[in-house]
Ligand binder design. Sequence first.
Ligand code: ZN
Length: 256
Amino acid sequence: MRFVRYQKPNHPPRQGWLSGNEVGPIEGSIFTEFRRLEAEDELSQIKILPPVLPSKIICVGRNYAAHASEHGAEVPEVPLLFLKPPSAVIGHLDTILLPPQSQQVEHEAELAIVIGKRGRWILPDQAENYILGYTIANDVTARDLQNRDHQWTRAKGFDTFCPIGPWIETEFNPADALITCTVNDEIRQMASTHDMVFNTYQLIAFASSVMTLEPGDLILTGTPAGVSPLRDGDVVRITIEGIGALENPVKSEAPH
Ligand code: ZN
């Protein structure tokens, strides 16, 4: 099933379901008990919002060997965690802003786990029970600032640096799905989730040994090789087989 958050003109945001082109509201909570109401809209008639509002966004660095080596780095022995702030989240078709402080902002196409249930010290073989579903994320990164700063809060944390969506797919199998990233229809990244160093269950176990995972939290599972710069006027599109496609235009942020 697909969960979507959306808005119609002059209406508050709603939680809903998506089937084919049809969208209907959901009553209750997608994390506990809910009921699907009848379809009311077509996909083209609604504005899609970020599918969740996470309390935290846990990211994993260097989780594909080929991406680690393109930066001259080793694959870590345990997952390398960092955080993005919830204020960085934008949705499908929202604009990624290139901040004036960076001259090298890059896309990172990633599979994102959506946590469905609170948990700490989750075992890998129990991890599946804590997953609501999966979505697509772009871990937008100011690469020049990342290299300069030694830690990554600034490089990863600008507003608009975490596009997610367009929806949550609950029936996705993360074992071997193709991730593709295009910029202006030119392919930049293409890999299978099969090439992850640590799989989604190992990442949930590891992250939850550090911090309590809450419903709606996201774990971004790392990016494959092929990251490349984004420029004003670009359109970046990340497709994950079995989920859909997350597309965002890119603009330079006006100086303040
Ligand atoms: Zn990343």
